[in-house]
Design a protein around this ligand. Structure first.
Ligand code: SF4
Ligand code: SF4
Length: 343
């Protein structure tokens, strides 16, 4: 392990929490139920741990975050489940706003009608990220398992245009086998509407048991674009569009890294886990994780956040992350600024 980044107990702890970035990202996953049945994400199969942490604890947690990190704090709402299903969302947004946090909401757009959109923006949401994987409404609905969900996104676009708040919305697309041919037309369409689109590479579906070579398994390989010339052509076209000024959220180095990932998914792209980009994940049952795949630090139900960060478990976790040799989705899909070592 590189000794210069090895964490030590109580030794300038905060600088080890977010060693290389200004923004301190806290991912609040207080609601993990989902009405959709996406083919590339199995969060909707979760059956437990719903709504077990009372609102008061979440609000106290936000105070702890403020006391610990002071400024440049980003609250990331949702991403693994539909947080809009939970009535805690508005008190959490209001509290976050009062504490001066930047607030990002991740959504599939299904529950954001005109009324909710206005309420979200009035409460202080800074950005809304909408997942959109297809230009064709039928294909989008089929992938998400819900009839008509594409039309909800179209209505959301109309509503945000009506209130002249287009800068608050952006789109997120997962590159996978089914949508390869839609990537370029989708990018052009979103840009023609004046929005930005960002891309992630397909990874093993959330809430599916960790499996080596998941992309080769019969149950998942329909998602995997793999080592196919067409995959690289599409990504190269995206890079060309980006160079021409299209609004694409990813750095070119990240788009390049997707090609390598699809070619050799088991080879690491970065020298070390980009933990500084990952932030903290707090799940519906109150469990706190730095790495979302391993290493629970404890729960905000039983501990103050600051106590968890002073524990031996935390220091051990951080050091394990620095020396982790996996090439997990976080390595590929986090918005890394380091140039991948492969190139
Ligand atoms: S991708 Fe989003 S909408 Fe689809 S199942 Fe997962 S959490 Fe639900
Ligand atoms: S599995 Fe390893 S590389 Fe992925 S987030 Fe966890 S520590 Fe980082």
């Amino acid at each position: 392990m590189n000794q210069s980044i090895k964490a030590k107990k109580h030794s300038g702890l905060i600088k080890y929490l977010f060693p290389y970035q200004k923004k301190k990202r806290i991912n609040l996953l207080f609601e993990q139920r989902c009405l959709f049945k996406c083919k590339h994400c199995h969060i909707w199969k979760k059956e437990d741990n719903f709504n077990v942490v009372p609102l008061k604890i979440w609000l106290n947690f936000l105070d702890d975050v403020k006391n610990l990190f002071k400024k440049n704090i980003e609250i990331n709402l949702g991403g693994e489940g539909m947080v809009l299903l939970d009535e805690k969302i508005f008190p959490i947004i209001s509290k976050s706003k009062n504490l001066g946090f930047y607030i990002l909401l991740n959504s599939n757009g299904y529950l954001i009608n005109k009324l909710i959109l206005n309420k979200l923006l009035e409460s202080g949401v800074d950005k809304i990220s909408i997942s959109l994987d297809f230009l064709s409404g039928n294909k989008h609905d089929k992938q998400k398992g819900i009839d008509g969900c594409f039309n909800h996104i179209i209505n959301l676009i109309k509503n945000i245009e009506t209130i002249n708040q287009k800068s608050k919305l952006f789109f997120n697309c997962v590159i996978m086998k089914q949508n390869l041919e839609e990537i370029i037309p989708l990018t052009k369409w979103i840009n023609s509407l004046g929005f930005t689109i960002g891309f992630q590479a397909i990874a093993q579906p959330f809430n599916s048991p960790d499996e080596q070579n998941w992309f080769n398994k019969d149950k998942f390989k329909f998602l995997w674009p793999g080592n196919d010339l067409r995959t690289y052509e599409i990504i190269d076209k995206l890079i060309t569009l980006k160079k021409k000024g299209h609004k694409i959220g990813n750095d070119i180095s990240q788009l390049e890294s997707y090609k390598f990932y699809f070619k050799k998914p088991n080879i690491r792209l970065l020298d070390r886990c980009n933990v500084d980009e990952v932030g903290f994940h707090i799940y519906a049952d109150g469990i706190v994780k730095r790495c979302q795949f391993k290493y629970s630090l404890g729960t905000i139900k039983d501990n103050k956040f600051g106590e968890l960060l002073k524990s031996n478990e935390y220091i051990t976790t951080l050091n394990s992350m620095y020396s982790c040799s996996e090439n997990c989705m976080q390595m590929v899909n986090c918005s890394f600024k380091n140039k991948p070592k492969i190139y």
